[in-house]
Design a protein around this ligand. Sequence first.
Ligand SMILES: Nc1ncnc2c1ncn2[C@@H]1O[C@H](COP(=O)(O)OP(=O)(O)O)[C@@H](O)[C@H]1O
Ligand SMILES: [Mg+2]
Length: 442
Amino acid sequence: MCVAILDSDTAIVSILSEIVHDLGQTPSPYHDKDRFLGAIDPASHNVAIISDDFIDVIEGTKQVYQSIEIVAIGTGEGSRCIKAGATHYLKKPFCAQDIQQVLGILMKKPAPGRAHRDESFIAVDPSMEKILEIISKVSPTQAPVLIQGESGTGKEIIARSIHSLSRRKDGPYVGINLAAIPESLLESELFGYEKGAFTGAYATRIGKFELAHGGTILLDEVTEVSLGLQAKLLRVLQEKQIDRVGGKASISVDFRVIATTNRDIEEDIQAGRFRHDLFFRLNVIPIKVPPLRCRRDDILPLAEHFIHKVAQREGIPEKTLAKDAQNSLLKYAWPGNVRELENVVERAMILCDEAMITSEDLIFGMGSPTPAARSLPVGTTIHEMEKGLIVSTLSSVDGNRTKAASLLGISIRTLRNKLNEYSQNSQFSDTTQGKKTQEFSG
Ligand SMILES: Nc1ncnc2c1ncn2[C@@H]1O[C@H](COP(=O)(O)OP(=O)(O)O)[C@@H](O)[C@H]1O
Ligand SMILES: [Mg+2]
């Protein structure tokens, strides 16, 4: 990672350079604005640390190079820098640790745009016609959309399509999975926080709603949040204003909201788990996505789409689906919906050495809990479960480690390390471990 630094104070520039260097990254230091502007470019810089004396540079850099993350430093108003495009603000004087923390966060972020996503939306089955119609009607509007459907039916891809067909398409699209983040962190993720709001708040951080300013925010699995947070969400949706944790004033934000859920939201409302008023706010335009088993005409077109996608991504030739493979795909119940179909096709593309995929290359039921996994006895440790799964996967592919790693979704190196670990531990363990493993693989 290369970090550009701009501050008129040469002492600060050299201290920051040292810190960046100590983190194993490359600093490019400037105290002159014109030199900085002449040198900055996203091909060589991922992050820029810029003094708030150069607020125009912060703004310009962000406008021209969206992929460069900007950390503002200074003595003025942090919110001014954030508005200008900085993602973090550190008030002077700060300590080395503050900068290290912030750079640490930025280093962990995946580089944007590297993994090209194929956003094509396949909808052939007549039951999807209605959905396509709603998408094209609501996209240009500002109306909130609530997308309901089982897991893996394509709710997220629909949300993205709505955004990219909307007037906000050049604005940000910010998704947050509310089920994946612990409740204690959700509020600061959504609304951001001020430096010092709590232990560990090393720098002002903007939340998802602010990041979505001018664009769309996806509240994925919205039914998973507590009633307390639901009340806060309701206020944000009503007033279009957010309060950063530890902040003194509300901040106006302009966003369109799309929410998804894979639960029966009406049942959650009946049971008092979901606020009625929040439901009405979100459910202005309802979209109900049918499970894949109820739209069989989509199965083969989707399978072909995924064959194409994997071939492109892996740089391998496309394969065709043999008749028996097509029949198996059409017959299967798809409890994991389109996501499971994608996994099945991807696995077949990687494991099958021929130009034609036959039904033997299709391995079903790995994407969702298998009967064996569901019947694991209470008291089984994660470690035992993992070992059991690895052993049974290996035996199902006759010990071929490349295939097993691909099926397990881990690298060959990880698989090798785990097997080494097991073989070392087995010198000390008793036979019960071996017995349990046998049960899993059986
Ligand atoms: N109609 C579709 N056309 C193409 N790909 C799809 C379609 N529906 C789902 N997918 C793909 O299947 C996977 C799961 O879809 P996703 O939108 O994440 O489901 P959900 O949010 O409902 O769990 C994603 O990789 C997505 O790109
Ligand atoms: Mg989803």
